[in-house]
Ligand binder design. Structure first.
Ligand code: PBG
Length: 324
């Protein structure tokens, strides 16, 4: 035997010396839920350890994250008022707009990314506005998204992240931002977003369960891989700066394919259901949470992701700060 792979696995120092990937805290993004009504703040049952914050609460949380080295956050708003046309979404004084301003004032060095979608703001829970037959009207929805995007940009957001999966929204948002002087506001497109069962806990957290039907007429079919590359190419042509694959673990092949095909930053979203599964198994003593989280995060890097959006970000940074 000339080559013995075990030689370099003998001690932690040697293993570390030849380690190909590392999870770095700089690449992690913490999603944060911000509520307009104080009564909606607090724990989320299906996502143990994750909370919904008031605007004041979220500023404190961002300061704590910043101190731990998590310098990028992804905001989701939970408004007091929902209606058919998501009017709380494009309100200059809406919950996300206020949170953006408050965070950028308190911690300007933190990168604020705002998820852009209508599902948390519509009373029917769909990501767009409906036509008279109850179908999501693509172009009318894009017009609303553009309107909201401008209010986020005006509030000082660093990155806008459209997660609605309407056709043509990236191009429409990019032109509107540029026309209004927001040429520096970046776009992280949820390009390959699948119609997934793994969003369940998020919909609990955001109160965005569709009141009828499902999201399969706009989110991607889990069976398709080539289509993901087409979606990513389209978003890049339309001006996306960062593209995303979502969910994460069941779609690592898509992350790898995207990495091989495109020379742009790729984000992966380790979604609520992936978080909940691990937490539930750990709570039952069926899995070692810390090792499973470390393994999950390294898998994203190994698959080719640059940016990892994960509910585990804070906990991971806390553990690393304690040397664990
Ligand atoms: C909004 C949105 C969703 C998620 C991110 N943005 C929910 C959905 O599409 O139903 C899911 C995030 C998660 O599950 O952690 N459209």
């Amino acid at each position: 035997m000339i080559y013995r792979p075990r030689r370099l696995r003998r001690t932690e120092t040697l293993r570390s010396l030849v380690r190909e990937h590392r999870t770095s805290i700089e690449h992690l993004v913490q999603p944060l839920f911000v509520v307009e009504r104080q009564a909606d703040a607090g724990a989320i049952v299906s996502m143990p350890g994750i909370e919904r914050f008031s605007v004041e609460g979220v500023v404190d949380e961002v300061r704590a994250l910043d101190a731990l080295g998590i310098k990028s956050v992804l905001l989701f708003g939970i408004p007091a008022h929902k209606d058919a046309v998501a009017s709380s979404n494009y309100d200059d004084n809406g919950v996300v707009q206020r949170a953006i301003r408050a965070i950028k004032t308190a911690a300007p060095q933190v990168a604020v990314i705002a998820d852009l979608c209508n599902c948390e703001y519509t009373d029917h829970g769909h990501c767009g506005i409906l036509d008279d037959r109850g179908n999501v009207d693509n172009d009318a929805t894009v017009a609303l998204l553009v309107r909201t995007a401008l209010t986020y940009a005006k509030a000082g957001v660093d990155v806008i992240a459209p997660s609605d999966m309407m056709d043509g929204r990236v191009g429409a948002i990019r032109s509107a931002l540029d026309a209004h002087g927001h040429t520096d506001t970046a776009i992280m497109a949820y390009s390959a977003k699948y119609a997934s069962a793994f969003y369940g806990p998020f919909r609990d957290a955001a109160g965005s369960v569709p009141q009828f039907g499902d999201r399969r007429s706009y989110q991607m079919d889990p069976a398709n891989a080539n289509e993901a590359l087409r979606e990513i190419a389209l978003d890049l042509e339309e001006g996306a700066d960062i593209v995303m694959v979502k969910p994460g673990l069941p779609y690592l092949d898509i992350v790898r394919a995207a990495r091989d095909a495109f020379d742009v930053p790729i984000a992966v979203y380790n979604v609520s259901g992936e978080y909940a599964m691990l937490k539930a198994a750990a709570a039952n003593g069926w899995i070692d949470e810390h090792r499973a989280v470390d393994e999950t995060l390294i898998a994203f890097g190994r698959a080719g992701a640059d940016i990892i959006i994960t509910y585990f970000a804070k906990d991971y940074a806390q553990r690393k700060a304690m040397g664990a």
